[in-house]
Design a protein around this ligand. Structure first.
Ligand code: FMN
Length: 204
């Protein structure tokens, strides 16, 4: 059984309609450790030793967050800067993360159409996340495509949050039970496009 670490980053959880639901769902699952980074480190003083131990203790690492300025909320950048040290995550002797799975589970205010070459954001979500993809590669992590919800600000009123949370749980369960072939999905634009999800997969 794979052990899953979900690093949850949302600086305004009182206003969250999407990510807070995914965090709550993950929290209730056996074999999943949920870390609320803003709650644990309100002053951004991230404990490198504690975070590195968490990484060592898990097989799947997931960033759970809203998409902010085409990237993660700031604390996840700080987390990378502090935790992914030379000799631990990369460089000489830095093989601690080798072979662990990594991906981002995120919600974006823009529509899927907006995240296309011809759309107003010009790049796909996966393209915009390339710094994370390359960081993962340097750290010998197995990078998987993002699991995303688009048009997230309308998702609650359009009753799309529940279905997305159900697919999230399905994904976590399969990752945990190893009923999920990472090699089969690595090339996809989004994890949402994985064959494990049914036809009605949320695309908007
Ligand atoms: C500071 C800030 C920056 C944002 N930047 C983006 C962005 O670059 N692209 C985008 O699609 N949505 C952007 N949004 C919208 C958020 O992604 C959206 O509010 C979030 O996905 C909703 O999730 P929640 O209900 O969990 O808060 C931004 C929102 C904020 C507050």
């Amino acid at each position: 059984m794979r052990k899953i670490l979900v690093l949850f980053a949302h600086p305004a959880q009182g206003r969250s309609e999407v990510n807070i639901e995914l965090a709550r769902a993950a929290h209730e699952l056996d074999g999943v450790t949920l870390v609320d980074l803003y709650a644990e480190y309100p002053d951004y003083f991230i404990n490198a030793d504690r975070e590195q131990q968490r990484l060592l203790d898990h097989d799947v690492i997931i960033f759970l967050h809203p998409f902010y300025w085409y990237s993660t909320p700031a604390i996840l950048k700080e987390w990378q800067d502090i935790v992914l040290e030379y000799g631990f995550a990369y460089g000489e002797g830095g093989n601690s993360l080798k072979g662990k799975l990594f991906f981002s589970a995120l919600s974006a205010g823009g529509s899927r159409e907006a995240y296309m070459e011809t759309g107003k954001n010009h790049f796909t979500l996966r393209e915009l996340l390339q710094p994370l993809e390359q960081t993962a590669d340097l750290c010998q992590l197995v990078y998987l495509p993002p699991f995303a919800l688009f048009s997230s600000r309308r998702a609650y009123e359009e009753k799309r949050v529940r279905g997305h949370a159900e697919r999230w749980l399905e994904l976590l369960e399969r990752l945990k039970d190893e009923h999920f072939d990472p090699e089969g999905v690595r090339h996809l634009e989004l994890l949402n496009d994985a064959p494990i999800f049914s036809e009605e997969t949320e695309r908007m």
